[in-house]
Write a protein that binds this ligand. Structure first.
Ligand code: ADP
Ligand code: MG
Ligand code: MG
Length: 211
């Protein structure tokens, strides 16, 4: 398909919730190495609240859906990741407007706005060893694929691959933002937990669009 319906966006969110629940132990393990061992619990709690919220009320439009996701994450996740992912979805919703479908350009613009929201909130830069290091290459890859004529399935798959590559590239980095930065040089040699959950975000987007 060349558009993403609100049902597909909702399927993405549900799939992301299932993925963080399934990978909860792994995300927590990653955060126990360089943080406070709660990233799996934070994401699983937040996305389970989101899933319940969506089951209770069918959002009428894309902005409604994305803003509900964002507000629920901000209010249900205490850690750094709650406000960061919350801002991501809120900014996405502010960008789509009250539409039923997004075309490739509309989806890319919304994801870019979400990324910019994270930058405004957390001030991450490339190589700081954060979720930005998976998300920024993913959004760039999506733009490049669309500019090159790829369809939505191909473009989101390219974004997922770029996110995973960005996640893996956090391994040797010394963290410069968030709790992991307190460890200094000792943060090197571990994957960033937020980059790991962000990779799940783009993998589930590609899966929802391919479904
Ligand atoms: P907390 O660190 O409060 O326990 P989480 O463990 O849920 O929160 O999330 C940690 C993740 O948040 C990190 O792995 C990193 O990817 C991300 N993060 C932390 N601070 C920032 C920041 N300033 N900018 C971008 N991402 C950040
Ligand atoms: Mg943590
Ligand atoms: Mg914490």
């Amino acid at each position: 398909a060349d558009t993403v319906s609100i049902a597909t966006l909702q399927d993405w969110i549900i799939r992301f919730g299932a993925a963080v629940a399934e990978k909860r132990e792994w995300l927590t393990e990653l955060d126990s190495a360089i943080g406070d061992a709660d990233h799996g619990a934070n994401m699983a709690r937040g996305m389970s609240a989101v899933t319940e919220k969506l089951a209770a009320s069918a959002p009428a439009a894309a902005d409604d859906l994305l803003k509900t996701v964002g507000m629920t994450l901000v209010s249900s996740v205490g850690g750094a990741s709650g406000p960061l992912y919350g801002t991501f979805f809120l900014r996405m919703g502010m960008t789509t407007g009250a539409v039923q479908d997004l075309d490739a350009t509309g989806l890319a613009a919304a994801l870019r706005a979400g990324l910019e929201g994270i930058v405004a909130r957390g001030k991450p830069e490339a190589g700081d060893k954060t979720m930005f290091d998976a998300m920024s290459p993913a959004v760039d890859a999506l733009d490049a694929a669309i500019a090159g004529g790829a369809d939505l399935a191909e473009a989101t798959q390219a974004a997922a691959v770029a996110a995973a590559t960005g996640r893996d590239a956090t391994l040797p980095l010394v963290a410069r933002k968030g709790r992991a930065s307190y460890l200094g040089e000792r943060s090197a040699g571990h994957l960033d937990p937020g980059a790991a959950s962000t990779t799940l975000l783009f993998e589930t987007l590609a899966a929802a669009i391919a479904a």
